[in-house]
Write a new protein. Structure first.
Length: 572
């Protein structure tokens, strides 16, 4: 038995047989062509480009059906690469000038572009280099007539690969593919994101040992919860994981009993357990798991993987459909949060040394009426159809909050003057994700209807740890005593002004943290849909008085390790 460890990219357990995906098997002839072969190679190139566009369009449609329009736009971006006015001439010039065959020409150009992205400091941009490679590989395969791995899967399999492109992942038949493991990759890669959406357990970034020790038809166990991969597991490990898998499946079935129950403690104290979403498709799993609302609708997904800003009407239709699906349940929509790790190529943001500390989120919106006002108009109009609440991200000062509120009033005046109906009493809230906002939360609370704590960034800015940096990932923890004190201070400031306080960062779905957050007075917990039922169950094991006492003890602990150990000790 061989135990390998990587990054847990998508949760779950899979037991099956391995299928190796080895792109290195593609051999490209690098011999120079003769002048009289140039035209035929260019023709080959154009045929392959046409076939690639056709398959990408089909893949985009299939992905939209399975995962939603926003995730399908990954392939819209791939189509844009093939339509780039610099790309096709570059292919052709390699054939004409360097006398390379069509496949070699494509590889040379794609390697050049991919190397440029790989050299960039920004993690998100480095990952986009994989999109360039994906497009190039598709064209090369079409030139050489090589079939995709999806054509080779005939029974249940666990894919082992150097890396999986977005195309590979989207084409995986989830009735046949149990899981995948990759040598490279990170939690922020498109393939990892799509694996989580598809519900496929996955472990990435295992390293070169993966291919050195793997072969086809091996028994393999993938633990997407811990990042462990077992090659040729022994009988005791196999038995252990079969039992774990059975327990996991039975647990999922048992938790369904909490779907229609209110989120409350055993003594009847009620909170709200909601879901986070990025597109319309995410509403169904939130409701299926008993979500009592949406605590975070990431509106930036409407803006990504496209050529231009979405129109007011496009946004209005999406917000309207979302609120109609939610009925009278609350739907908290965050205004555009781009910058940092989320870039929009058509906005031409300045290059920054520290994008997470730079021109992003509300800072962009307050300077760009052409972005902010159409979104606010769409939100106010859609607010007539349900319980929409508007939330501003990355507020660091009272000035920013007042400026954002002033923009809302300007838009209301415009709509009124135009005779357009809208929700005149829509709730306005803000995210607490910067320590400065916590320190003046008593002032900010007077100006909003609610707070929502964004722990992903709050932790990052509090402990000075880039949450995308795998080398120091363990330091990005919600158990840090400073983070817990900031959370408690935020809740107290909100309650002092009679506003509710929620949490939409990953920490809201942390089972261990629940007693602390409950005892600290958190009113709303918003999380991934898959966590909702378990959090509802854990709530029923606590009473408010006990949680409050434990919360007070936890605030006196000195280290993250002590906090985590204590929470494990009182776990129910």
């Amino acid at each position: 038995m061989i135990l390998l460890e990587g990054i847990a990219a998508s949760p779950g357990i899979a037991i099956g047989k391995s299928l190796l995906k080895e792109d290195k098997e593609i051999e490209i002839n690098k011999e120079k062509i003769k002048s009289e072969q140039v035209e035929s190679e260019i023709e080959k190139l154009h045929d392959a480009l046409a076939e690639s566009k056709k398959s990408l369009l089909q893949l985009k449609e299939e992905t939209a059906e399975k995962l939603g329009k926003e995730k399908a736009e990954i392939f819209g971006a791939h189509l844009m690469i093939l339509d780039d006015p610099e790309v096709i001439p570059a292919f052709e010039n390699k054939i004409k000038d360097d006398k390379l065959n069509a496949a070699a020409a494509v590889k040379a150009v794609i390697d050049q572009f991919a190397a440029m992205f790989a050299a960039m400091d920004d993690d998100y941009l480095r990952e986009r280099g994989s999109d360039i490679k994906d497009v190039g590989l598709r064209v090369i395969k079409n030139i050489l007539g090589i079939e995709d791995i999806s054509d080779k899967i005939s029974e249940d399999a666990i894919i082992i690969a150097e890396d999986l492109t977005p195309s590979d992942t989207a084409q995986l038949d989830t009735d046949k593919v149990l899981s995948f493991v990759t040598m490279d990759g990170s939690r922020t890669s498109h393939s990892a994101i799509m694996a989580r959406s598809l519900g496929i357990p996955s472990v990435v970034g295992v390293g070169k040992t993966l291919f050195e020790k793997s072969e086809n038809e091996m028994d393999i166990i993938v633990d997407g919860n811990s990042g462990k991969v077992y090659l040729n597991p022994d009988q005791s490990t196999l038995a252990e994981y079969k039992e774990k898998l059975e327990k996991y499946e039975a647990e999922q079935e048992r938790l369904k009993a909490f779907k229609d129950q209110k989120a409350q403690t055993k003594d009847g104290y009620q909170v709200e357990v909601a879901g986070n979403m990025g597109n319309l498709k995410d509403v169904d799993p939130i409701l299926a798991n008993g979500g009592e609302g949406v605590g975070l609708f990431r509106s930036e997904f409407l803006y990504m993987d496209r050529n231009e800003l979405p129109t007011e009407e496009e946004q209005f239709e999406v917000y309207k459909k979302a609120t109609e699906k939610m009925g009278d349940r609350p739907l908290v929509i965050r205004t555009l949060d781009v910058g940092g790790d989320k870039e929009l190529p058509y906005l031409d943001f300045p290059e920054e040394m520290n994008p997470f500390l730079g021109y992003r989120a509300i800072r962009v919106c307050l300077e760009r009426d052409d972005i902010f006002k159409p979104q606010l108009r769409a939100l106010l109009r859609a607010g007539l159809y349900g319980n929409i609440k508007i939330m501003f991200p990355m507020i660091s000062s009272l000035d920013e909050l007042l400026a954002a509120k002033a923009k809302v009033e300007e838009v209301k005046a415009d709509l009124k003057a135009e005779g357009i109906d809208f929700n005149q009493n829509i709730d306005l809230g803000m995210m607490i994700e910067i320590p400065a906002a916590v320190m003046i939360a008593d002032k900010l609370a007077k100006e909003v209807d609610f707070f929502s704590i964004g722990t992903n960034d709050l932790i990052q800015y509090t402990v000075a740890v880039d949450r995308m940096n795998e080398q120091i990932a363990e330091m990005h923890t919600p158990y840090h005593p400073a983070v817990l004190r900031l959370i408690k201070r935020t809740i107290e400031a909100g309650h002092a002004e009679d506003i509710w306080v929620g949490m939409c960062g990953e920490a809201a779905g942390e089972e261990l943290l629940l007693p602390f957050l409950l005892g600290a007075g958190l009113d709303e917990f918003s999380m991934s849909a898959v966590s909702i039922l378990k959090i509802k169950e854990i709530l029923t094991k606590w009473d408010l008085d006990s949680a409050q006492k434990e919360s007070a003890k936890i605030l006196n602990l000195s280290t993250a390790a002590e906090v985590k150990a204590y929470l494990n000790k009182i776990k129910k």
